[in-house]
Design a protein around this ligand. Structure first.
Ligand SMILES: [Zn+2]
Length: 481
């Protein structure tokens, strides 16, 4: 286990001992040589977040961007106005369906910069999942109470959007990034798959992203236990979504009459066959890289599990030897989340449908999975693919941006390459060969991460403010400023 100082103790100040170390370790790269020649001009400047950032965050939480339907336009206008007030030009990029995305770019200022050092894209999504019932506070109030800031999106992902905005404005305040262009990209529709957001943008405006060196987005998996920060998890790989809607039809009628082939029966039997499908545990390179990376910071028992993984996945019941949650990294998972059919107890409905959330490991053959699902469901059930995602290489650990993250963040906690079961827009960038890294600057408690896609989402004021500082530090260092 590694004793870790909290990030609050470590604002980077140019000229202090730590930044001297940082500089000397970055020396081998051309980018940093350019940076060093410019450091004198920005010496002793603080990277504190703008004092308005907390107010922006609260105001941002008050904009209801529940997706569906999204309504990101108001959020994009809100962010745009802040950028305009600081003299930064923006573009609103609106899909034919009316979904709004926001793009702004700062060009590098160092002589000769910009041609070789690719852009750093800061990406977050403006939409949020529906809050659902049972909140203790109004989910779009942006309430600040007892050291917490409450609201849908407080963690996923409006806090990140404001951290990126604050870092972007700080670069601008200092005269712009020195070496790399930096892009602020606020997108629509991530929570429903991103087809109206990042997916559409990369298809429709490839020229805006042609020189991208790397993307920083959501999906960071930092490990904090009882207030101790064990590692910064930089998401470099994720599972692939395969979302399905399956529907079946049958004879309707009175509930008292025998009707074994009714739509609900067919659906239930088909879904049962699907759930009983044998599980295929396997260790992909992405899972191995992640589990090996966190192994030094875990118990001996965890270490033994990682060492024995290849044996364990051959077991008849691998789950018995796996830590809770680890199976997610070793399996294609099938989760039936919506079932829709009749609503009266004595009436046989004519139709029944289900929506199935399948998450594939990076090596999975989507076509083979679809064929298997079709076969298990049987001929009477129609299948529609709602969302799928092609294979993508994990983002590399030897890129300049990943190395920069290691150097800047590694001062406070180890940096590990994370593999996550969830899905983010990073996959769209990876599919076109652009490295994307999920990085959260916020060191959050379990209570805070539990609020993601759940009730009472909130972030502590102190974690938010520290995160702003960390993000600015990263963006400033990694854009060569
Ligand atoms: Zn998110």
């Amino acid at each position: 286990m590694v004793e870790v100082r909290m990030v609050a103790q470590r604002g980077l100040r140019f000229g202090d001992r730590r930044s001297e170390t940082l500089r000397s370790r970055l020396l081998p790269t051309l980018m940093v040589i350019m940076v060093l020649s410019l450091l004198s001009s920005c010496a002793k400047e603080s990277l504190a977040a703008p004092p308005e950032a907390l107010g922006w965050f609260v105001d941002y939480l008050r904009i209801d961007t529940t997706n569906p339907p999204g309504r990101e336009q108001a959020a994009a206008e809100f962010l745009r106005q802040i950028l305009h007030r600081h003299g930064i030009a923006t573009r609103l990029l609106v899909t034919p369906a009316g979904r709004t995305n926001l793009y702004a770019r700062l060009e590098p200022t160092a002589p000769g910069a910009g041609s070789s050092a690719g852009a750093l894209v800061l990406n977050h999504h403006m939409d949020v999942v529906p809050p659902g019932p049972d909140w203790s506070v109004e989910p779009f109030s942006g309430l600040e109470k007892d050291g917490w800031i409450w609201g849908r999106g407080a963690v996923d992902a409006k806090s990140l959007g404001i951290a990126q905005l604050a870092a972007f404005l700080e670069l601008h305040r200092r005269g712009g990034p020195k070496v790399r262009p930096v892009v602020y990209l606020a997108v629509a529709d991530e929570e429903q798959g991103g087809a109206q957001g990042t997916g559409w943008l990369l298809d429709s405006y490839p020229e805006l992203f042609a020189d991208t060196a790397a993307v920083l987005g959501e999906g960071g998996a930092n490990r904090v236990v009882a207030g101790r920060h064990f590692w910064w998890g930089i998401e470099t790989a994720q599972k692939r979504p395969l979302w399905l809607k399956v529907t079946t039809h049958g004879r309707g009628g009175h509930g008292s009459m025998l009707n074994p082939a009714s739509a609900p029966h067919q659906l239930t039997l088909g879904l049962a066959r699907l759930l009983n499908r044998p599980r295929d545990f396997r260790v992909t390179p992405e899972a191995r890289r992640y589990l090996e990376a966190v192994r030094p910071f875990q118990s001996d028992y965890f270490g033994k599990m990682v060492a024995d993984l290849d044996d364990i996945v051959q077991d008849e019941s691998p789950n018995e030897r796996l830590f809770p949650g680890v199976a997610n990294y070793l399996l294609d998972t099938i989760q039936i989340n919506v079932i829709e059919t009749g609503h009266l107890i004595n009436v046989v409905p004519k139709q029944a449908s289900a929506r199935i959330d399948i998450r594939l490991l990076p090596d999975a053959d989507e076509k083979a999975m679809l064929e298997e699902v079709r076969e298990l469901l049987g001929d009477r059930i129609e299948l529609e693919v709602l969302l799928s995602s092609s294979k993508a290489e994990a983002s590399p650990l030897d890129s300049e941006i990943y190395r920069c993250l290691e150097l800047v963040l590694g001062e406070s906690a180890p940096v590990v390459p994370a593999f996550i079961p969830g899905v983010t827009d990073a996959r769209y960038f990876r599919q076109i060969g652009v490295p994307a890294y999920g990085f959260s600057p916020f060191v959050l408690s379990a209570q805070e991460t539990r609020g993601i896609h759940s009730v009472d989402e909130r972030i502590s004021r102190s974690a938010f403010l520290k995160g702003l500082e960390v993000y600015s530090e990263v963006v400033t260092a990694c854009s060569g400023s």
